[in-house]
Write a protein that binds this ligand. Structure first.
Ligand code: G3P
Length: 221
């Protein structure tokens, strides 16, 4: 990817699913066009991938289960996401954790399909195991700070620094996330070695989403 990276995870927030997800994606696309120094991507829930990827030019990530074609009613397979326009997979988010074998399966699957793999780790111990699997990007997100108002970059700067030491040994770009809400939070994350941030509530739950997106994007300058 090369540029700084801004990933907005829509989760299952009311403002992040269905028609609202499409509307939010269109708003993000419009603002992202004015910030070409940053690669802005979104994470949509699987049912919204098709509509968003066909209504915008944004790169859309989503979540898959570690299974192949077959008898897996209710599971989401990477092949299906790809066919519906997904650009990559967000793997092992702490709200959707899978074991190491599943992570490995999805990284290899993503690669074979020409999709990007972004793998989350909730601590350094997990991160050390994940980098060995060579995903395209890793993201460190301490679970207890997710959805809160204290940014990981303020609360746990040493965690990001150490995560950077680990990921850079494998030349894997590092993101961080959890509680990131302002341009200052973004700026701090970049200073600590992250190539970007992974955010959700600060945008999807914001009253003024445009302002929230613009504010965070300013942190990349
Ligand atoms: O995937 C991003 C996420 O877990 C961080 O959430 O709401 O703390 O920005 P939030």
């Amino acid at each position: 990817m090369g540029k700084k990276i801004f990933i907005i995870n829509f989760k299952n927030y009311r403002g992040g699913v269905g028609s609202r997800a499409v509307k939010l994606a269109m708003l993000i696309e419009e603002i992202a066009l004015e910030h070409k120094n940053v690669e802005t991507l979104i994470v949509a829930e699987p049912p919204d991938v098709f509509r968003i990827s066909h209504s915008t030019k944004l790169k859309v990530l989503s979540v898959a289960d570690p299974v192949d074609f077959g008898r897996h009613t209710g599971a989401v397979i990477a092949e299906d996401l790809k066919d519906n326009g997904a650009y990559g997979l967000l793997i092992n988010h702490s709200e959707d954790k899978i074991n190491l074998a599943g992570i490995k399966f999805l990284i290899i699957k993503a690669r074979s399909l020409g999709m990007k793999s972004i793998v989350c780790a909730e601590n350094l111990e997990k991160l050390k195991k994940i980098v060995k699997l060579k995903p395209d990007i890793v993201a460190v997100e301490p679970r207890e700070l997710i959805g809160g108002n204290v940014s990981v970059s303020t609360a746990k700067p040493s965690l990001i620094k150490k995560a950077y030491e680990i990921s850079s040994k494998y030349k894997i770009p590092l993101l961080c996330g959890a509680g990131v809400k302002t341009k200052e939070d973004v700026k701090k994350a970049l200073e600590l070695g992250a190539v970007g941030v992974l955010v959700a509530s600060g945008i999807v739950k914001a009253k003024n989403k445009k302002k929230a997106i613009e504010n965070m994007l300013e942190g990349f300058i």
